[in-house]
Write a protein that binds this ligand. Structure first.
Ligand code: NCD
Length: 361
C-alpha cells in the first residue's frame, strides 16, 4: 500500500470484531464486552512496562471503543458503578476532557478535581488529597502533576488504580498510546517505519513516552532538537553502553536531514513554561531553524503523517498551513485519545479492592 492509500484508512476499522460493547439496555444490565480483553494491569505510569503484545491489545480494544463512539447513542454500561477521579494539578484541555468523555461513555461516575479549586490550594499535600479521594471510593485516579514521579508515588501508596496523565518532564503514556494508535491506523504495522520526532525533546514528556512506545513497536526513530534542547543521554556516549533501551534512536540536529524520507513527522511543543533561560536565542530563530513548514515537509515521504500532541504554538514549531494541511492527523489524534482512554479504563476496570491483594502489577 502506498502512503497516500494508507492515509485513507479510517481509524478503528482494522478488521477486528467490534460487535462487543452492546448497546445499553434501558431495562437492565448488559453483558460486559465479550471480545475485548481485560488487561489485568493496575496502573498506567509510563510506556516502559508495555510490551508489543499489550500495546496491540490496547489498539484492539480501542477499535471496539471507536465503534461505540461512532454510534448515535454513545453510551455503554460497562463501568457502571465505578468512580473515576481526574486530579489535575496542571492546565489541560484535551487530556482532561478526553478522560472525562471516556469515563462517561463507559457509564462511570467521573469526578473532576483541579488543584486550583481543591484543598491543594490551602496547602494540602498530594498524599492527603489522594487519601481523601480513595476514602470516597475512587476506583481509578487519573493524575496530572508538575512533578515527575507523582503518579508513581500515588500508585505505591493507594489501593486505587492510577493513570498518569502527564508528570513533569517525565512521561505521558496515554498520549504515546494514542499517537501509536493513530500511526497504526494509517500505516499498519509500526515495525520498520521511520518516525522523526522534532522539537523540545529535553522538556517533553510526550517525547519520552513515545521513545519507549515507538522503539518497542520497532519503529526507526530519529530525535531532532537543537543541542540545548536534547536530553543528555542523547548527547554523550551513554547510549552506546550495552543494553541502553534507546541505542537504536538516531540523533540529528539538522531538521532537513531528520525528516528526509520520514513516514511520520511528530512535532513537539516548545515547553516555554518549563524551560530555564538560555536554551534558545529567540523564538524566531528556532522557528527558522526547526519549524516544520511546507518547504521542509517535501523532504518527508509522500503522504507522510504530521502529528502534534497539542497545544500548538502555530508559527513557532509548526506552520499553520502544515498544522491544518492535508497530511495533518492532529485532530484525529484528539479523537483517538478518547478511544484509547476508554480502552485503558476498560482494561483496568476490575474492582480496585479486589486487586489490592495482588498489588505491584
Ligand atoms: C502535552 C502535555 O501536556 O504534556 N499535551 C497534551 O497532553 N495534549 C504536550 C504539551 O503540553 O506540549
Amino acid at each position: 500500500m502506498t502512503g497516500a492509500e494508507q492515509t485513507k484508512t479510517r481509524p478503528g476499522t482494522n478488521g477486528q470484531d467490534s460487535s462487543m460493547l452492546s448497546a445499553p439496555s434501558p431495562t437492565g444490565p448488559v453483558d460486559p464486552p465479550s471480545t475485548a480483553a481485560r488487561s489485568g494491569r493496575r496502573h498506567v505510569l509510563d510506556m516502559d512496562d508495555f510490551s508489543r503484545e499489550e500495546i496491540l491489545g490496547v489498539f484492539q480494544n480501542a477499535d471496539a471503543m471507536t465503534e461505540v463512539l461512532n454510534r448515535d447513542i454513545k453510551k455503554v454500561p460497562t463501568l457502571r458503578g465505578k468512580t473515576v477521579v481526574t486530579l489535575f494539578y496542571e492546565a489541560s484541555t484535551r487530556t482532561r476532557v478526553s478522560f472525562e468523555q471516556a469515563g462517561k461513555v463507559l457509564s462511570a461516575d467521573v469526578i473532576n478535581v483541579s488543584a486550583s479549586s481543591s484543598s491543594a490550594n490551602k496547602g494540602e499535600s498530594l498524599y492527603n488529597t489522594a487519601l481523601t479521594l480513595q476514602a470516597m471510593n475512587a476506583d481509578i485516579i487519573v493524575i496530572r502533576h508538575g512533578h515527575s514521579g507523582a503518579p508513581h508515588f500515588l500508585a505505591r501508596h493507594l489501593d486505587s488504580c492510577v493513570i498518569n496523565a502527564g508528570d513533569g518532564t517525565h512521561a505521558h503514556p496515554t498520549q504515546a498510546l494514542l499517537d501509536l494508535y493513530t500511526i497504526h491506523n494509517h500505516l499498519g504495522d509500526i515495525d520498520g517505519i521511520k518516525v522523526a520526532i522534532v522539537g523540545d525533546a529535553l522538556y517533553s514528556r510526550v517525547a519520552r513516552s513515545n521513545l519507549w512506545g515507538l522503539t518497542t513497536m520497532g519503529a526507526q526513530v530519529t530525535l531532532c532538537a537543537p543541542p540545548t534542547l536534547m536530553p543528555v543521554d542523547f548527547l554523550d556516549g551513554r547510549r552506546s553502553e550495552e543494553g541502553h533501551p534507546f541505542a537504536s534512536v538516531r540523533v540529528e540536529s539538522n531538521v532537513e536531514r531528520a525528516i528526509e524520507d520520514a513516514d511520520v513527522v511528530m512535532v513537539l511543543r516548545l515547553q516555554l513554561e518549563r524551560q530555564h533561560a538560555g536554551h534558545l536565542p529567540t523564538l524566531r530563530e528556532y522557528s527558522r531553524m526547526y519549524g516544520i513548514n511546507e518547504r521542509r515537509l517535501v523532504l518527508a515521504k509522500p503522504g507522510a503523517l504530521v502529528m502534534h500532541p497539542g497545544p500548538m504554538n502555530e508559527g513557532v514549531e509548526i506552520d499553520p498551513e502544515v498544522a491544518h494541511g492535508a497530511r495533518s492527523v492532529i485532530e484525529e489524534q484528539v479523537s483517538n485519545g478518547v478511544a484509547i482512554r476508554m480502552a485503558l479504563l476498560y482494561g483496568m476496570a476490575t474492582p480496585a479492592r479486589q486487586n489490592a491483594a495482588t498489588r505491584g502489577g
